[in-house]
Ligand binder design. Structure first.
Ligand code: SF4
Length: 368
């Protein structure tokens, strides 16, 4: 029996849902556990997605809750504890209390591989647990390893050790080239990222084997595994692939991504929500708040009720101010102008590529 647990978190967003389908289909031998952290404040579409995935995967997704013994929703429980102080991008107590803490409690002291759905067309790491017993793997990227693993593997101090491991790996016609690359020290003229990219471009599978062999000398969870099927993974999945996986599987794209037309000054714009998470999430763009106001007025009203004692979700204006007709008109006009500018630049056939230029802001726990 494996000494390591393999876990995959479903945030309610498209990428983690597609990752669940991808991994389950491509690596059926992995004994995966699926979990989702429930803040109590998700959109109905998120709960629907979790249900669809359960049907498709034929498994139960474990719902984790912060303050699980409280009679209140997890968010409300902690908001009270924080004296009504609403979370913000500078003070994100919600992510810690509602996502990270329940996850780390669920994992306990077990050695865990956590699969994270950051795509090959994204330039971010997302949340990486600082707990030593949790190792993140990124199957959608060419580089499946986390930054800390790469930094250790490619460290100048470990060059001799890595060269000796490389001799036991079959790099075919690139055997000498790989030794040459590894021998080259990282400095200002040859950075870690450059070294990594050259090695990945030369032989992804061989490089993955090299990292795996090196990890055997460390305390990382993967050091406890005899083999790891993702060492052979050469796939790079980008946004179009995510939509394709969700559509072809029948699980479907979360409904909040569906674009809805609105008219402004004789022009037609389209809005939607660009990510999962709590309906009142402070990472929302103004136009997403307007979408919530017009498409889910009850949720907007509830979000407004949290704004009291001087606390607001946005920095410069309250939700009450945002829905003055003149302000709504201004937000829509500015948004349509931005869409037009971006559409001129974008070659993508997907509207979401034009709209989601701020998708990368936020955290892996809530939005992937
Ligand atoms: S979705 Fe937004 S509000 Fe909800 S826990 Fe995540 S960061 Fe906080």
């Amino acid at each position: 029996m494996s000494k390591v647990r393999h876990v995959l978190g479903i945030s309610g967003g498209k990428d983690s849902a597609a990752l669940a389908i991808y991994i389950k289909t491509k690596y059926p031998s992995l004994n995966l556990e699926f979990y989702s952290c429930d803040t109590g404040k998700e959109l109905d579409e998120t709960y629907q997605l979790v249900q669809n995935l359960e049907g498709y995967l034929g498994i139960k997704i474990k719902l984790l809750k912060g303050a699980e013994n409280s009679s209140e929703d997890p968010f409300d429980h902690f908001l009270k504890m924080y004296g009504g102080y609403l979370p913000s991008s500078n003070s994100r107590w919600c992510t810690k209390k509602l996502k990270l803490d329940p996850f780390e409690k669920y994992v306990g002291m077990d050695n865990v591989i956590s699969y994270v759905g950051i795509r090959g067309d994204e330039d971010r790491e997302g949340y990486i647990s600082t707990k030593k017993n949790i190792q993140s793997i990124f199957p959608f990227r060419k580089n499946i390893w986390s930054e800390d693993v790469i930094a250790k593997t490619l460290s100048n101090q470990n060059i001799e050790q890595i060269i000796s491991y490389s001799k036991n790996i079959d790099f075919g016609k690139y055997q000498n080239k790989v030794v040459q690359i590894i021998s080259q020290k990282i400095d200002a003229s040859f950075t870690q990222i450059q070294k990594l990219n050259v090695l990945l471009d030369t032989d992804v599978k061989g490089f993955n084997q090299l990292v795996f062999d090196f990890l055997k000398t460390t305390d990382y969870p993967l050091s406890k595994e005899d083999s790891f099927p993702l060492l052979d993974n050469e796939d790079v999945l980008v946004r179009d692939d995510i939509f394709r996986i969700l559509e072809e599987s029948g699980v479907g794209v979360p409904a909040y991504y569906n674009k809805i037309d609105f008219a402004i000054n004789g022009k037609i714009g389209q809005y939607s929500r660009s990510r999962s998470g709590c309906y009142f999430c402070f990472f929302q763009q103004k136009i997403e708040w307007i979408w919530l106001y017009e498409q889910h007025p009850n949720l907007y009203k509830k979000a407004m009720e949290y704004e009291k004692d001087g606390y607001t979700w946005g920095q410069n204006e309250s939700l009450e101010e945002l829905i003055h007709p003149e302000r709504v008109k201004q937000v829509k006009e500015e948004y349509v102008k931005r869409m037009e500018r971006n559409a001129a630049k974008s070659k993508s056939p997907y509207l979401i590529d034009i709209l989601d230029d701020e998708e990368g802001i936020g955290c892996a726990s809530c939005f992937i």
